[in-house]
Design a protein around this ligand. Structure first.
Ligand SMILES: [Zn+2]
Length: 196
């Protein structure tokens, strides 16, 4: 991938998970190099944290398909489909490692144990989150992803009370990518079209 392509992906709407991963690897790598005089070897930890935080997209894929399919390729396709649905009303995503609760846990561990690599991990996560939020904000999509588990539960229940089905986009995306042999049976209500 060339620089031009990368810049185009940053400037223009549309989601490409592989491009996003490269974008995070590039920005994290530059920041880690710049911070090496301060962080030393922990610069590598910072870099890994800033990139590996996105592995929760894979965890989400495994969790939603009930661990029946482990394909990385299908996970990317699943996330691409979901990103296309993110602007629909009633969409609510959650990335478990992109939550205040997860960050608080790492912060608590760093504060209690005090190992410098834990602080480097925390800063790597925050660095990544900042870029994600800028990316989402530029597309007017900040509120499509809950940033807290508590927020997620409250909003999910509220959507359900309003008669919306927040689980629908996920089951549709799943059945689109899963091979028919292990495609999960859809809820009967999922066959209805979402209400706007
Ligand atoms: Zn992310």
């Amino acid at each position: 991938m060339g620089w031009r392509q990368l810049l185009v992906s940053i400037r223009h709407p549309g989601y490409n998970a592989t491009m996003q991963a490269r974008y995070h690897a590039l920005s994290g790598g530059i920041a880690a190099l710049a911070l090496t005089p301060v962080l030393g070897i922990d610069g590598a930890v910072f870099f890994c944290a800033s990139v590996l935080i996105d592995s929760d997209h894979y965890l989400d894929y495994l969790y939603r398909n009930k661990f029946t399919n482990f394909s990385i390729e299908r996970m990317f396709e699943y996330n691409r489909i979901l990103a296309g649905k993110a602007s629909e009303s009633g969409f609510l995503g959650l990335s478990i490692m992109h939550t205040v609760e997860f960050l608080s846990l790492v912060y608590a561990a760093a504060a209690l144990i005090g190992f410098s690599f834990l602080w480097a991990t925390l800063w790597g996560l925050i660095f990544h989150m900042a870029f994600d939020l800028i990316y989402l904000q530029r597309r007017g999509m900040v509120f499509t992803r809950a940033l807290s588990l508590v927020e997620y539960v409250i909003r999910w229940n509220r959507l359900t009370r309003r008669g919306l089905r927040p689980g629908l986009p996920f089951s549709v995306a799943l059945s689109d990518v899963l091979p028919t042999s292990n495609s999960l049976p859809r809820e009967p209500e999922d066959r209805r079209t979402p209400q706007e």
